[in-house]
Design a protein around this ligand. Sequence first.
Ligand code: ADP
Length: 450
Amino acid sequence: MKKILIANRGEIAVRIIRACRELGLKTVAVYSQADKHSLHAKLADEAICIGPAESKKSYLNIPAIMAAAEISGADAIHPGYGFLSENAAFADVCRKCEITFIGPTPEQMRDLGEKVAARAVARRAGLPFLPGSNGALPDQETARRTAREIGYPVILKASGGGGGRGMKIVYNDAELEKAYLNCRTEAAAAFGNSEVYLEKYLENPRHVEIQILADKHGNVIHLGERDCSVQRRHQKVIEEAPCPHITPELREKVGGYALSLAREVGYHGAGTVEFLMDDDKNVYFMEMNTRIQVEHPVTEQVTGIDLLQWQIRVAFGEKLPFKQSDIKIKGHSIECRINAEDPKTFAPWPGLINNYSVPGGFGVRVDGFAYHGYTVVPHYDSLVAKLIVHADTREQALAKMESALREYIIDGIRTNIPFHLDVLAHPEFRNSRHSTRFLERAGFVKNKGT
Ligand code: ADP
């Protein structure tokens, strides 16, 4: 029986363990000292401590993870999302050690991981772009000239940025001067890469992304889109599938772009191609994520395809059994990220959960790792669970989500459940008229979130 080591923690580690069990695979969890009581460490067949709480010394510690793989005799490593999931050097080490990395090759990751490189590939593949600098900006003067040519506002982006970090919106020459230097310095410190580029800033876009799945035999399909326009500081909070504004024709068009990008690099594995969409439904390529994403369950719900299982199966060389025409979008699915945080200030709120009861019923799914008596630790992100619903229509999905949120009991810590209920009640969201600036404009978030 094959053995998979999960180089991650939290809800995604639990999700991977579940997929492995269903596939008849053995699992090895790795955990930091702070995660001794984490559900992933309890559920896996084996669990190995890889270091102290600090991520750098545990979940980002490649030698410690490879030692755990060696000791346990793991055949493959699943990196989850975040941590080492988009680290090409880690995928390289796995290859050298003859351990299957569940994801694309290091070369594919290098082609698509950094934003400037990915834009060059996307250009070759014929994807549409927002006007901007063709590549990295060599100096301030080029930045100013490009910004003037395309017109303010523009957004400066760090090539190595991610998770909503490394971006700055700029409204005029004076701001650009400061922002260019700051952005470079910050990018060098945070991502080890000082490359920045700029593009036109869209005032009220929607975030639309296409899920793809590709095997090692040249088959690549897309599984439709997710709308992730409810964001705080460029980070997703609520996601849904399908996007209410996308017609089947537009889905084929945008899906086709995603397939072209994947084919351009011979991609295999699960991946997501992200776009912005303007009021006239023009779409523009933003970036590609070469891993499974937090919000993958909404796609699973509407397509009936277990993305995690297929991600693992294609990594082991299986052929995808479906064609593009087999993929049908059924009903509507919404996901709310349940965070341990104050619902008004969004300050993290770790601590002991002294009462825990999850909602249930037809079309309700909880992907989480919290349990009664678990202490949420302060060292990592504040996501404790994802609440996902699926119903025939968006309206019914909204009603189901509201009911499920009210049923959810998490006592002892603060969570953003009250925030989700307020967002759900807001007419702009209910009528799907919201853009990525919605939380800011509707007063849910105070700062401008650049
Ligand atoms: P990250 O890698 O940090 O997730 P992305 O490039 O995916 O960064 O962008 C994240 C979010 O930032 C988008 O969903 C959108 O809200 C905002 N954003 C990025 N580029 C633009 C743009 N050109 N105009 C308006 N908003 C943008």
